[in-house]
Design a binder for this molecule. Structure first.
Ligand code: CP
Length: 304
């Protein structure tokens, strides 16, 4: 990769992506390797997380490095008014790698511009979540045997969902066809549709979540309506239950269809889907460990 930071998936070439996925499969075979001995990673989570923080911390631990950081910014000096700039400069004194999640779009890019310590964007507002994209691509490749020529249906909060925004960019190298299923209030933003238009990527938009769409689909990517991004909670209440995937809706779907979700889920996937062989979201989160081991080594230039 050209940069020593990962702030956006668009900085990864097709070759970068395929190399990281190949390395992720090596870590899946053997996750415990002493490649980060003597290195310290800082996880700075200004927003809540379960999977991203814990899988990054597990990745560093399994690679023989050590972890410092916080999961609750209210325990840090940011509550006394310390700026993000000063926080990043301080942590750069202590750590060899900074993994950060922040509510402000562009926060990780800003951090990467003020420090030489590698930055991994673990989610910045509704903008990007590039490590999630790499684990999603790894999950898609594993379950489909290829990344090429797949039909991907994205369902739910396509306006605020940073995972779908990043996944469009990541999949753009592989001739995808997208279905975007969202209520009017949460449609895919113009920026992402313009991106598809410029690259000649096929997509269609729908407000109804029908079996006709599901039955054409290889990857069904469900998303949560993101309560924390709404300024008007009445609007959130109106749309929060708009799409719920139930097992019976998969009965005529393709054999290779897999249901992905970045998680956490609220109620957009009914629990009866969990027993379907097409449910893949728990394994998808497990793949995050291997993908994140590969990402960390990529940024340090460590041969895997
Ligand atoms: N997928 C994801 O980002 O999950 P967390 O918010 O739990 O990290």
């Amino acid at each position: 990769m050209k940069s020593n930071s990962l702030v956006s998936i668009d900085q990864c070439s097709k070759e970068d992506i395929l190399r990281i996925l190949s390395n992720a499969s090596k870590f899946e075979e053997n996750p415990n390797r002493n490649l980060l001995e003597g290195k310290v990673a800082a996880t700075l989570f200004f927003e809540p997380s379960t999977r991203t923080r814990l899988s990054f911390e597990t990745a560093v631990n399994r690679l023989g490095g050590r972890v410092i950081g916080f999961q609750d910014a209210s325990t840090t000096s940011s509550t006394k008014g310390e700026t993000l700039k000063d926080t990043i400069l301080m942590v750069s004194n202590y750590a060899d790698l900074i993994i950060m999640r922040h509510h402000l779009e562009g926060a990780a890019r800003y951090a990467s511009e003020i420090t030489n310590v590698p930055i991994i964007n673990a989610g910045d507002g509704a903008n990007q979540h590039p490590s999630q994209t790499l684990l999603d691509l790894y999950s898609i490749q594993k379950t489909q045997g290829t990344l090429d020529n797949l039909t991907i249906t994205m369902v739910g909060d396509l306006k605020y969902g940073r995972t779908v925004h990043s996944l469009i960019v990541g999949m753009s190298h592989f001739n995808p066809t997208f279905h975007f299923v969202a209520p009017d209030e949460l449609r895919m933003p113009e920026e992402q549709k313009t991106f598809c238009d410029k690259l000649g990527i096929k997509y269609s938009e729908h407000s109804d979540f029908t079996e006709e769409i599901i039955n054409q689909t290889d990857i069904l990517y469900m998303t949560r309506v993101q309560r924390e991004r709404f300024t008007d909670l009445v609007e959130y209440e109106r749309v929060k239950n708009v799409y719920i995937l139930r097992n019976e809706m998969l009965q005529n779907s393709k054999d290779n269809l897999r249901v992905l979700h970045p998680l956490p889920r609220i109620n957009e996937i009914a629990y009866d889907v969990d027993d379907s062989p097409k449910a893949y979201y728990i394994q998808q989160a497990q793949n995050g460990l291997y993908a994140r081991e590969a990402i960390i080594c990529e940024l340090f230039g460590i041969e895997v």
